[in-house]
Each structure stands twice: as structure tokens, then as C-alpha cells.
Design a protein around this ligand. Sequence first.
Ligand code: SF4
Ligand code: SF4
Length: 494
Amino acid sequence: MPTREVYWNIHHVWAMYALLVPTLLIFGYGIYRRYRLWRRGRPYPLRWGEVFLRTKVVVLEVLAHRRMLREAYSGFSHFVLFAGFLILFVGTLVVMIHEDFKVRIMQGAFYLYFQSLALDVFGALATLGVVMLAAKRYLVRPARLHANVPERAGAMRQRPWEDAGLLALIFIILVTGFLVEGLRIAATDDPWGRWSPVGWFLAQLFEAQWDVKTMRSVHRFLWWFHLGLTFGLIAWLPYTKLLHIFTAAANVFLRPLEPAGARLKPLDVKASEVLGVARIGDFAWKDLLDLDACTECGRCQQECPATTTGKPLSPKTLILDLREALSASEKESIPLIGRFVREETLWSCTTCMACMQACPVFIEHVPKIVNLRRYLVMEEARVPELMAEALRSLEDRGHPFRGTTFSRTEWYRDLAVPHIREVDSVDFLLWVGCASALNERNQRVARAFVRVLREAGLRFAILGVEERCTGDPARRIGNEYLFEQLVRENIQRL
Ligand code: SF4
Ligand code: SF4
């Protein structure tokens, strides 16, 4: 029956188990260290009733790489690397079950189709993925893989040596795995060797060059070398950005399921010790998990209008700076603004959420930015003059546009749009909004929309001069007090 000897040519297999213990201890400590940091965050409300939906999202976004594959080259290379490692990991479990638990599954058709053919093909694809990723990073060098904003003194955002080291290590592990396989096939004249096409190809090369004794010596050396590197990678993993293998999957599972506009949680002004976020522990724990889920892919930076127009903001750099603050908080909790994040970075954001749409691991940039703004506005009263004027206008006139010459009634004067009090019943209340009522260009949109509603035969009315701002600009700027005040006024009117 087709199979193979698991530890052919290897003596002192106990040493492998002895090495595995410290490897797993170092790995476990690395995960625990980060877990301890996430726990510093505030409570985060989770709805556990949606486990099926959340699992479906993990399957689509993690296993099938749906968002990642929006970019064909990067998506494909990451996908084959991910799938290759997943299959190789399953192959290792099969060996364990077969050899350590003595459940003989590594034989027959399963051995040929899965343990030989599938593992070889996916191993080759993973190697291709590493080469493609390295080519993109070091030959194509897209801007999104590099920070665009001026370096902050002492910043540890990206560690180029770590990226290079990880890619090289993974590549060497994969290649030495194939070399070990090829040497075994050649030295044992394995009758099933052709089912491992890469190993079989290498075996032909070895057979032509070396005798069996030499192949056995090289095989034994490479087997331990391969094992040492693999254990080294496992131990190092939680201390590198590869931690995202676990954190990204957890983050996708735990992602908020509300519509984008409802993601920013209301602030409990009375119960909060600090309004907004001043230190890393003021974030919710899910925000802290977000920071460790970042793969540093730069897709958010690529889509950000602030980055594109040269503003001092890169959403990727912001996340990496906050991650640095999280790591530093192991020793002391330092105020974030000024030390890790600049004020001008926070005020450069338009809160458009393009970064959140682009992020393959569902990191939530905007709630973090607004929470940091809330601290600046409500605790420190530090707001750029332009935004301070908008806030004053909201308080005094109920809209954010200082200097507008229009009133809320001008755009519909000749359209005879009824006020809500003038009609007995309506299908809809048309909420016009400040931008439509008070901006000359947008007034044409409001007028056209009225014609559309009439053509559709719908009965509607407006609030006219009684309409006030929804409070959305105040909320985005970070003035939650004013937002709540405007919301209350609007609700009372309705
Ligand atoms: S929300 Fe802010 S950080 Fe995100 S893409 Fe828009 S401007 Fe950039
Ligand atoms: S925040 Fe998301 S999109 Fe931006 S670099 Fe990190 S993983 Fe990529």
C-alpha cells in the first residue's frame, strides 16, 4: 500500500519534541503578552447572536480572501502563500496523527492524492507567492508599502529588516522542505515519488550527482536545519507582523455589523472619566485588537484622499503609530496626542471612511480618529479655527456654514412645497439638510428632487425654517455635546 516511513534517516527524534517545548512556550508567551495589552482597553459591546453571519464573513474574507483579491497581483500572491501554509499545516497534523497517535491514515489513495500531490502543489504555490510578494516589495516598490508622512522622532512604525527576514525565512523553509523530500525520494528510490512532482524533479538532479551515502548525510543535515528554521519561525511569529495570521481572523470575526454610519458609538458623557481618548487604555479592547491585526498592506493609505492630496495623514501610519503606543504601554501609559499622533494628522481626516472600505481585515480607523478628536475638543478645547467657526455657526444659526447669504426657505420659494403643519398627512417628511438648503449649487439638486417626488405621486412636506442641522458635522469634529443637543432639538420638533 502506498505510504512512506515518516522519520526515515532521522535519529534522536526525541530531540525534536524537546525543541518543540521551548518553541511553544516562547510562542504562547508572545500571544499572552499581546492579549494582556488588549485587555487594557475599555469594554466593547458584542452581539454574540450573529455567530453564523460572522463565521460566513470569516470564510469569505479570510479563507477566500474576498477583499484582498480586489487587487489581483497582491491578492493572488497572498492567497497562495496562505493556502499553501494552511495545507502544509494540515499535512503536518496528518503526520502527527499517523506517527504519534498511531492512527494509520497516511497511506493508500489519501497518501498519494493529499499527502504527496496536494502538499507538493500547494508548497510550490506558496513558494511562488513568497517570490511574488518579494518582487512587489523590493522591485516594484509601490508607495502604499511605505510611509508617506514625515517621520516622527523615534518612530518604530515599520521594520524593513523584519519584512525581509520573514520573507527570506519562509522561502528557505519551503525550499529546504522540497530538498529534503527530493533527497529522500532519490535515496530510497521511492516507488511513489512521482506523486510529489517537485520532490521527484529534484530527486532526478540528486541521483545524477551524488551516491546514496552522500544523499543520506545531506538529507539528515537539511532535515534538522529545516526543523530548526520552522520552530524558529513559530517562536518568532507573535513578535512580528505575522501575528496578523491570528489577529486578522479574530478581527474579521468580531467586526461591527452595523452600517458604516452607526459604527461610531455614542459617548456616555456622564459616565466617562475621560471624554474621548487620551491614552491607549481609553480605547475599547476591540480597538486595540485592531492595531495588532494590521498587515501593513497600505490599501487604506492608497485610498485616502488626505494622503493623496499631501495632507499629514496616512491611515496606515496612524494605525502603526497607535500600535507602537500599545507596545509602549507595557511599561507606562503615555498621552497619545503629541507623542504618538500629531494634532494636524487628526484634523486632516475628512471621515470619508474610504480607508475602512479598503482594509482587508476590517480595521476601524474613523472611530479612533473621532475619539481622539473628542478628547481634543471636549477636554482640551483645542480645535482648528475653521472647525471652531463651523461649531459656533452650528450653535448660533443651526447650520455649519458661516457667511452663507441664503436662508432655509429660498430654495423652494417658487415650488410651493408644503410645510409639515400645513398638511393633514404625508407619506414622507423631506429632510432637506443644510448642504442642500444653503449651498447655491446643491439647491438645484433639492429642487430636482422635489420634481422627482411629485412625478412619483408621493405626498411629502418639509420643516422649512424649523429644520436644524442633524448634528453630523459636530459629531465628526468631535463635539459630542453639541451633536446631542442638536439631535434633542430635532427630536422635540418632530
Ligand atoms: S476617513 Fe480619513 S483616514 Fe480614512 S480615507 Fe477618509 S480621510 Fe483618509
Ligand atoms: S489598516 Fe488595513 S488597509 Fe491599512 S495597512 Fe493595515 S491592514 Fe492594510
